[in-house]
Structure formats: C-alpha cells, structure tokens
Ligand binder design. Structure first.
Ligand code: M6R
Length: 614
C-alpha cells in the first residue's frame, strides 16, 4: 500500500523515479509525485490519479536532479487531492518526505507543532512527521549527522507504521530512509544507491539489495550506505541478490497482468514443487521448516492465519491437512486473531500465508503468536519479505512477481504447497507408501492438467459475456470446493464490481436462496463425484427458481448440459488437487466479466496489492 522510490547518484533521478513509480503503481494509484533537490532547492511535482498523469506533467515542466524521492499513494488520511499527494514538504521548506504507513498519534504531534508555530497545508499524517523532523533539526546542536539524527529523534515520538524516504535541502547528496512495519529495501549500485518499497522498482538497476528491518534507519549517499537503529545500535547488514528477472515483472504481451499471471500458473506450480519430493517419490520435503520429524509429529493442532485470498487458501489447507494428515486445523482471519486471545494448546503450530509477505494484519498475527511462544511458519512468495524473516521457518512459493491486484497464481501455488504439506504430514502418520506415491504422481501431472484447463479460455470468455450484465451472482460448492466458491466470488467482486457471494452449496437453502431469481445466476463448483447428486439437487433447487446455472464439473461426470445452462468440464484429478483445477475457470470467468464490463482489471477501484495498514 503506497509505493516509495528514492535515488541518489549521478544519473537523471527523474527518469529513474518515474520508471520506478510505474512499476510500483500496483501498490496504490490515488495520486503520484516526485521531489528532487537542485541547487539546495526542492522541485516537487504531484498529480492526482495515475503515474501517467505525473509523467505527462513532467513532460511539460522542467524538473531535474541527481537525488530524489517518489511516491504513489493509496489514501489513508485525507481525500485524494494534489494537496494530500506525496512528497510532502516541511513548513519552512527544509525537508521533503515520501511515506507509506499510518502515524497513529498524528493529532497530538500536530497540536504540539501548532504550538511551536508550524503550519500545515494538507490533511495527512505524513505532513506532521516531516514537520516534526524539521522541528528536531532546528533544535539539534551537534552538526555531525544532523540530518539522520533529526529523523531518528522525530521517529522516536511516532506511534504507528512507516516506510519513509526523506530529503533535506541542506544535504543535497543524501537520502535518509527508515522503516517500521512498511517494507523498504536499499539497492546498491556503483556510484548510486536506491531505495524502494519493493524490488520491482529497482531490479532493472541493481540485483544487490539489503532489506531494512523494523526499527532501522539508513543514510544513503551515491557511494555508500550506513544502517543503524533509532537508538544508534550497530546493525548486521545482510546483502542479498534478487532472485527474479526484470522481465518477470513485465506484462509480456498480455493485455493485463492478471491474465498473464493466470496463464503463468503451470510454471508457478512447477516452481512451487521443484526439488520438494523425496527420492522415493512417496512424499514431499521442505528445506525451510526448521523442524525435525520428531517435532512435527508432536504437533497436534495447526492454526492458519491470513487475509483475503491467502485466507481462502488456508481454508483449502484445512480440508487437505485434516483429510490426509488427520491433524485438526483451524483457520482465522489474521485481523481477528491478533485481538481475540483464542485458547490454544501448547502443541499448536501456527502457519501464516501471505503472497506479499508484508500484509500488516498477517504480520501482527504472526508476532502475536510468537509473543505467546508458539512455533510459527510462513508460506510467502516474496523472498526476504518481513513475514518471511519474522517467522521461525517457512516455505517459499517461488511464483515470481505477482503484480495484478487480484491474486491468481499465488493462490494456486499456496494450495499446491498446502497439498504437499498434507502429503508430508500424512506420510509421517497414517498415509501408506502407495497412497503417497499416487499423490506425488498427481502433483507431478498437475501443471499439464492446468494447461488443459487454460486452453478453454475462449469457451469461458463466451460464457462470461452472457453473464457480464448481471448485478448479482452466487458461487456455490461443497467441502473443499466451498473455498473455491468464496474465491470465485471474491475475484468477481474485486475486479468487475459485480456483487457476488460464496456459500456452501447446501447452506444456500438457509438464507441466500432468498436472493435467487432469474436475475441472480448461480455458479456451481461441482467436481466431486462422491457428492455429485447432492450438488445436482442444489442445482435443481435454484433452477426451479429460474436462476441460470453455470457449473464446473469433471469430464465424464453425470452432471451434463441438461442440468445446467453452461458447463465447463475440467480433467478428473486426485481429489486433493481438484480445488486448484477448479480455480482456473473462476479466475478466467471473473477476468472476462470484468473485461466485458470495461473495468480497470489490474488496478481495481479502492484496492492496492498489499495492505500495510490495519
Ligand atoms: O499479500 P497477501 O497474500 O498477504 O495479501 C492478502 C490479501 O490482501 C490479498 O489476497 C487480497 O485479498 C487480494 N487482492 C485478493 O485477490
């Protein structure tokens, strides 16, 4: 949520900032702005709306510089306006700041600063912070590191979250950056340094990066960087090499990132499985769990926590792990878990799932679990992300960058890892070698099965066209297909703004059936042969109330065209993997409905890719 970029070096900072903001735009697109320092003066340019508006404005004014910061905003405090767009300047024009996060005690700081003669132009919490920095700068006696020290002192008084990049016009060759709960990484170049909210913004310039930790603050100059903490403690600097290519974050000829990422799923699944099967091909193995077989066998309950689509992946994990490993599993919204103090048995293992590895609520749930002394593991996509580093161990998805705001390939990769976990834990308990080998074979075949489903894109596009004018839709499924119904509804409402609900198919009779009419089509996920007749009965119930029915069923199923209006057939696979296979049609359906409705698919209204506020 909100993207930050900063550059200090000997190149045209403006171009680097604009390129970076274009790549960061998926983090927020309410407004965008840049600031540079030239001859001890700030050049600041801000525009409401997309980065393209800013680029347009840059073409018409002269703005240059070798040091600068940029920001793309997802509004929290203050309406979407140019006045509230970042970078913000301090009252006496000494500092400029780009900020991602929320300053919770901004009201009291504002009162304090008003008393000291400061004035404010915007409604943002960020403007309070940049003025607090200026206040401490004016008080600072020691000329050495005055810029860094004043930011340190200001942050000491701040409650909330921040990733910041600050410029001072008296220190025209420096950027000071700091983080608490909002991601920030430093990119190390030759004679130049970068800072960004995520690697996509700087990967074209350097592969050498340092991820800042919470409570750390750094000073960047063209030739060097220095990291310390708010208390001036020394920091062990860990340099990493980025593990993905710039091209991975491009649209690659697809009209939208979302479509590209839907079609990348066979590859993402392969990557999630690579190197993770035992030599005898009867179970999975994971390098990063940091738990012995003995410790894993002692686990008698698992609690999964996440948000949004990742939370839905947790629901699938619940079905799979309970069924194949016979370990009781609970699933909580991360935002609920952190405040509710649930009674948990001491042998409970806590798993969080997060594509970005930076979702604030998920991070807070993880920290709460750690505070209580539980072992925590994370499934994340972004290597080196805050959640990956905070957990005791974990599993990387290796899905590659996911830029589309609607999560697609990350979701199926998360389920794939959940299935492998179910296999792994199951084989430690009751699952036989033969059943394990069948499971592994099914996983091995999965990418090509998903290719086959993707090949039906045209069919699904035609079906989507028929339903794109509706205002409401229900998604229904039983057992492990219930979470896929939730995911179908979430994808559809998120990118097409069509109201949609996901429900367990039978539960529909206990309320939602009141919505059913010819105006509310029902999308059934009905791939399980064992309970096919139950689904067919539910289909009859909604059809007799004149609802149109779309269904996903398996090839050869008794669920034929005569029962439904539109049928999408998918290959029959191992039951554990059916949720993945059934996800592809709901993703494509949502995508094409949104396209027919003329929606901005990669940047749906009000949303941002990673939610780093509560
Ligand atoms: O990065 P995370 O997986 O932690 O993100 C969680 C949710 O914010 C995310 O899945 C969101 O619901 C997506 N927009 C869904 O498509």
């Amino acid at each position: 949520m909100c993207g930050i970029i900063g550059y200090v070096g000997n190149k045209d900072a403006v171009q680097i900032l604009l390129d970076g903001l274009t790549r960061l735009e998926y983090r927020g697109y309410d407004s965008a702005g840049i600031a540079t320092v030239v001859d001890s003066e700030f050049n600041i340019l801000r525009r409401v709306g997309r980065v393209a508006n800013l680029i347009d404005a840059v073409d018409r004014v002269s703005i240059a510089g070798f040091v600068g910061i940029g920001h793309t905003r997802w509004a929290t405090h203050g309406v979407v306006s140019e006045k509230n767009a970042h970078p913000h300047q301090s009252a006496h024009g000494l500092f400029s700041i780009a900020h991602n996060g929320v300053i919770e005690n901004y009201e009291s700081i504002r009162e304090f600063l008003l008393g000291k003669g400061f004035t404010f132009e915007s409604e943002t919490d960020t403007e309070i912070l940049v003025n607090l920095i200026e206040y401490h700068f004016n008080k600072e006696q020691d000329p050495e590191n005055k810029f860094l020290k004043s930011v340190q002192k200001a942050l000491f008084h701040v409650r909330g979250t921040y990733g910041i990049a600050v410029l001072c016009k008296d220190y025209a060759n420096e950027i000071v950056v700091a983080r608490k709960s909002s991601p920030l990484l430093i990119g190390i170049g030759s004679g130049e340094m970068f800072v960004a909210s995520d690697a996509s913004a700087i990967a074209q310039h350097t592969r050498d990066v340092v991820y800042l930790n919470d409570g750390e603050i750094a000073r960047l100059t063209p030739s060097d960087f220095f990291i310390t903490t708010l208390r001036n403690e020394s920091v062990d600097v860990v340099k990493c090499e980025l593990d993905w290519r710039v091209e991975d974050a491009d649209r690659g000829g697809y009209e939208h990132y979302m479509l590209k990422e839907i079609f990348e799923q066979p590859k993402a699944l392969e990557n999630a499985m690579r190197g993770r099967f035992s030599d005898d091909l009867s179970t999975a193995r994971f390098g990063g769990l940091r738990m012995s077989t003995r410790e894993l066998r002692q686990v008698d309950r698992i609690l999964f926590c996440a948000c949004g689509t990742a939370w839905i992946a947790c629901l699938v994990a619940e079905y799979l792990i309970e069924k194949y490993a016979r370990i009781p599993v609970e699933v909580e919204y991360a935002s609920e878990f952190r405040y509710q103090n649930s009674p948990l048995d001491k042998n409970t293992l806590i798993f969080v799932i997060s594509q970005s590895g930076e979702t604030l609520d998920t991070m807070a749930a993880l920290q709460e679990a750690k505070r209580k002394g539980f072992r925590t593991l994370a499934i994340t996509n972004v290597v080196g992300s805050a959640i990956a580093r905070e957990s005791d161990g974990g599993i990387y998805q290796h899905s590659g960058p996911e830029i589309g705001v609607a999560s697609t390939k990350a979701f199926t990769a998360q389920i794939c890892i959940a299935a492998m976990l179910a296999l792994y834990l199951g084989r430690m308990r009751d699952m036989s070698f033969e059943d394990g080998a069948l499971f592994v074979q099914a996983l091995h075949d999965l990418p090509s099965v998903v290719e086959d489903v993707l090949a039906q894109g045209d069919v699904i596009e035609k079906i989507a066209e028929k339903y794109a004018h509706h205002d409401d839709m229900l998604f229904l499924g039983r057992q492990a297909m219930f979470p896929i119904a939730l995911e179908g509804a979430l994808k559809l409402k998120e990118i097409s703004y069509m109201h949609s609900e996901g429900y367990p198919a039978a539960e529909m009779k206990h309320g939602p059936i009141a919505l059913v009419s010819e105006k509310c089509p029902c999308f059934f996920l009905a791939t399980q042969e064992r309970i096919l007749q139950k689904n067919v009965a539910n289909i009859q119930e909604v059809r007799s109330r004149r609802a149109k029915v779309i269904a996903v069923a398996t090839a050869g199923s008794e669920l034929t065209e005569k029962f439904v209006d539109d049928l999408i057939l998918v290959p029959n696979v191992h039951a554990a993997l059916q949720p993945i296979v059934a996800t592809i049609p709901v993703q494509l359906f949502a995508y094409y409905v949104a396209k027919f409705r003329g929606c901005d698919i990669d940047k749906p209204r009000n949303l941002a890719k990673s939610v780093t506020v509560e």
